[in-house]
Design a protein around this ligand. Structure first.
Ligand code: SER
Length: 317
């Protein structure tokens, strides 16, 4: 059985990814790490540790001590936070990924997966049905860091034979852990506010289409890519998507379940970020090379989110 170390394990994706990986590979084989101290309420289903990827000695020691084969490097500042502190985004996202790739190269580990994002694209990228291989030139600190990760990772494949893989996650919608400081966060906040207050003020304007995905699909594609046969992967960085919608469309979907729900719009600095990203993605390369196919569309996601959050918040609708 392979042993996997995950960084960013206490973030939005990490929290649920750890559970999914442990179910599949066994608790002891999945080492959860995060920059902050692990939350006290965690289950005793495997190791939860504190790790700062900027500390290369600690990183190398942990990879050796736990006999790690695969690293999933999720630790990252998101787009909104990156614009507030580009220097911190540089250190966390670029130096952090560099340290992880170097550790994987030096220790000769089996594989490294570092997510990319729709943010890796920019205003000069074709916005609709954006192809896998196209001009990128992002205009956010976060986006620039993701392009670095893709290109540096692919360089290590060619130069050193490192098995690097990357997914360009769209906005990820989930019920367990809130994201922090992203541009697609409105699509999660809206569910909490719809249940709690029956209204929501969106920080993105009407008509702002973005590619999105529900967490079960995010977990599925992450695990599928890790397990994909290396000889079939012609690319290393893949577009993946499940749906694309604008704020008024997710509002209309929620209204089907909560008829009193009202949406208003007060775009902030994230509007400009969203407008520099694709509205929808073409993920046919991922479908061809490793059989990617999502399960959730907007209607199925909204129904499940409301059910899960209504239980979690104990609010009926
Ligand atoms: N969800 C991310 C963000 O909004 C996109 O990768 O920053």
């Amino acid at each position: 059985m392979k042993r996997i170390l995950v960084t960013g394990s206490y973030g939005q994706i990490g929290t649920e990814l750890i559970g999914a990986l442990r179910k599949k590979y066994g608790g002891e084989n999945v080492v959860a790490t995060g920059r902050k101290k692990p939350p006290a309420i965690l289950k005793e289903d495997g190791p939860y540790l504190q790790l700062d990827v900027l500390d290369t000695n600690q990183l190398h020691a942990m990879l050796v001590d736990y006999d790690i084969d695969i690293v999933i490097h999720n630790a990252s500042l998101l787009s909104g936070t990156g614009e507030k502190n580009p220097q911190l985004a540089y250190r966390t996202n670029i130096e952090g990924a560099y340290n992880v790739l170097e550790a994987v190269r030096i220790l000769n580990l089996d594989q490294v997966m570092i997510p990319s994002s729709i943010a890796a694209f920019g205003p000069s990228t074709p916005r609709d049905n954006t192809p896998n291989d196209v001009i990128m030139r992002p205009t956010t600190a976060y986006g620039v860091s993701k392009v670095f990760i893709e290109l540096w990772g692919e360089y290590y494949v060619k130069r050193y034979g490192v098995d690097f893989r990357s997914l360009r996650y769209p906005g990820i919608i989930s019920a367990e852990t809130m994201p922090a400081g992203g541009t697609t966060d409105y699509a999660i906040e809206i569910f909490y506010e719809a249940l709690k207050n029956k209204k929501y003020t969106s920080f993105l304007d009407k008509g702002t289409y973005l590619p999105m995905m529900y967490m079960p699909d995010c977990l599925k594609c992450t695990i599928d890519l890790i397990e994909a046969d290396a000889s079939k992967l012609k690319h290393k960085s893949f577009n993946i998507t499940a749906m694309s919608f604008a704020p008024e469309e997710i509002a209309a979907e929620i209204k089907k379940h909560i008829p009193e729900f009202e949406m208003s719009y007060e775009p902030d600095f994230r509007q400009q970020i969203a407008e520099s990203w694709p509205a929808s993605l073409d993920d046919s390369v991922a479908r061809e090379e490793w059989g990617w196919k999502p399960d959730y569309d907007l209607a199925a996601m909204a129904k499940d989110m409301l059910e899960k959050l209504s239980k979690k918040l104990d609010i009926k609708y």
